[in-house]
Design a protein around this ligand. Sequence first.
Ligand code: FPP
Ligand code: ZN
Length: 337
Amino acid sequence: MSTAESSSVAATTSAETQTSTQSVLQLQVASHVKFIKELDQKKDDLFYWTSEHLRLNGVYWGLTALFLLGKPETLDAADVIAYVKSCQQASGGFGGHVGHDAHLLCTLSAVQVLTMLNAVDSVDVEAIVQYVRQLQDPATGAFTGDEWGETDTRFSFSALACLSLLGRLDAIDVEKAVAYVLACQNADGGFGSVPGAESHSGQIFCCLGLLSIAGALDRIDQDELAWWLCERQLPNGGLNGRPEKKEDVCYSWWVLSSLSILGKLHWINRDKLINFILQSQDDETGGIADRQGHYPDVFHTLFGVAGLSLLGYPGLEAVNPVYCMPANIIKRLGLER
Ligand code: FPP
Ligand code: ZN
């Protein structure tokens, strides 16, 4: 690990978490910015083509990471806006790439990117609102991700996040959406994808995010859930998503953001987690992997950087734990709780 990178910012690791050589790991800001900037040039890489359906999500992951790293101007804003607009379908929703079917997860990414670039007015907002609205089941309050009918608390979160960013929560039945999410809570305090499904940190982020947006966090037992979440930290400092699973950098986001929403970030060992994330950086290519020694990708790069931001790592922009977007933008919209 090179410590000479001029734009790196030092981690305040404790003696316990320093490597055996006593070198202090640093966030390789310049390398990560380069890694994200060059993602679009990897056309000889098979993954570039097999991940086409995630391209719009990838723009959200990359752009958000750049904002948090303090380098939002790295991508050409006009190009990004034109690309996002080209993914909007006649239904009003957005697909994962030009010509792909619309899906709520992609629609949220589109709204997040347009919000960060101050360009929401350049698309048909009412069409987006109507697309999201018709995906709610009036009987249960649940949301499907698209017209094919799969239900998941990820989609409920996406719907509420999307509409709150657009200032249009009035278009759906928020109370029914809350009731559905409460029905997905388990006896261990966690939440699953549907009623009765196993607790999973990713779904917990979605359910807490939704309850926060709806102003309904007081309707759950927060301490019991926070205990389940802080038990996700393993001896090497990393966090897993569920009991018996391996640690993974993306859970530095799903678990930490959930603890942050509950005001319990201090329930995990900060230094050990910072060290785990920094060890998962790729020294040669830039980018962050799911764990040390694996290939980096833009998804884990965002969630590693966003996790570090929540932990107050020096030099990073603050992230909002509900929207996973720059905190100052959420504040400007009046959506900070
Ligand atoms: C783990 O997935 C993560 C989840 C289930 C939550 C995903 C949340 C969204 C897509 C909502 C939008 C998110 C943001 C940040 C705005 P996984 O498939 O990696 O789970 P696994 O580790 O069990 O395989
Ligand atoms: Zn992961």
